[in-house]
Design a protein around this ligand. Structure first.
Ligand code: SF4
Length: 346
């Protein structure tokens, strides 16, 4: 039988659950504090709860939604966590130290259905959406890592999967993550990256204040259609209209992720096209040199091409930063996530 993951519940839902068990509602706040502010790893650490309530939790509720299967560390300090889900699927999270930032990149789905041509996750196919608890627990596990856990100060949804294709679970996870009584991350330190599912993007802008990143990767529809099948559903004109209308808070910008693929999207003319495309949007651009993976048909551009592309953007007064790929020897750049993850938020 599928376990009942207590971290699937927001505080409000936890109150209803606790009350239904015959406990007083304040127990829910106590429990919530144990789950997130104290980030306990066993029910026995909740010493201020009654013995009978603890026994009920032990028997009815699962504190952990993930089992840590292994941790790999790269020479640059990047750490990759492999988690096993209750149904035998696996997901990854990547922790990227880049002082003063220490960023955890989380997954929102096991696999991905969107099939972007440059992405290793995309080539693996889709297994299933993650539940709220499976998203939140990636963070709880990483925060308990004695090596870097206490230093984590930003989160990015750029791991396996398209977060907006799992909207409800991701939104509930964001509620817990940014709740001052929950995991206590400021919305300024949380970034959600999407390929551009326009209807969900519009909803996100009205329901959260977290930072938005768009995986753009192409300056026109012809190239984007080839690289990202989602572009046939939401072509660039529609996506850019949604970006222009996105309710950005003061001093925030939308980050555009652009993976440079040799001979595909890396010419100066394409950089100029990108400048025109981003007109009217408060934007910054992260340029990421493609990091080849086994079976990939794309290559990394030479350095002068990357610098030339950046130069065109800068001359047009756009903020364009070249991101280094991190943790490549531990395959932390699945879907290029490790490079995208660093400093994507304001
Ligand atoms: S880049 Fe993102 S949306 Fe595209 S296939 Fe990979 S994980 Fe899915």
């Amino acid at each position: 039988m599928k376990p009942f993951f207590i971290k699937n519940l927001t505080l409000e839902q936890l109150e209803a659950w606790v009350t239904a068990l015959g406990e007083r509602p304040f127990r829910a706040r106590q429990l919530y504090r144990h789950l997130y502010a104290r980030n306990v790893s066993s029910w026995s650490q909740c010493t201020d709860l009654s013995r009978s309530f603890c026994a009920r939790l032990e028997s009815d509720a699962s504190l952990h939604a993930l089992a840590l299967s292994r941790v790999d560390e790269a020479r640059d300090g990047t750490r990759k966590y492999l988690f096993r889900l209750h149904d035998g699927n696996f997901i990854e999270s990547v922790l990227i130290p880049d002082p003063p930032r220490c960023t955890l990149c989380v997954s929102s789905q096991a696999g991905c259905a969107l099939g972007c041509k440059f992405c290793l996750t995309g080539s693996m196919g889709f297994k299933r959406n993650l539940e709220t608890a499976e998203i939140v627990d990636q963070i709880c596990h990483a925060l308990r890592d004695p090596k870097l856990g206490p230093e984590i100060n930003s989160l990015v949804f750029m791991g396996m999967g398209e977060p907006l294709a799992n909207y409800d679970e991701v939104l509930r996870a964001l509620t817990i993550i940014t709740d001052p009584n929950g995991l206590m991350f400021s919305h300024r330190r949380v970034t959600l990256s999407t390929v551009g599912l326009v209807p969900q993007m519009r909803r996100l802008g009205t329901e959260t204040a977290v930072n938005l990143a768009i995986s753009i990767h192409a300056p026109n529809d012809a190239i984007r259609d080839q690289l990202m099948p989602v572009n046939r559903t939401y072509p660039l004109a529609e996506l850019m209209r949604a970006c222009r209308e996105y309710p950005l808070q003061a001093r925030k910008r939308i980050t555009f992720e652009y993976i440079l693929l040799h001979g595909v999207n890396d010419s100066p003319a394409q950089a100029k096209e990108l400048v025109r495309l981003l007109g009217g949007v408060r934007a910054k651009i992260n340029l990421i040199a493609f990091n080849p993976h086994p079976g990939s048909i794309y290559r990394t551009p030479p350095e002068e091409k990357i610098l030339g592309f950046q130069d065109v953007l800068r001359k047009a007064n756009l903020t364009a930063i070249i991101r280094k790929s991190r943790g490549s020897e531990i395959s932390a750049a699945c879907g290029q996530l490790a490079a995208k993850a660093v400093n994507s938020e304001e």
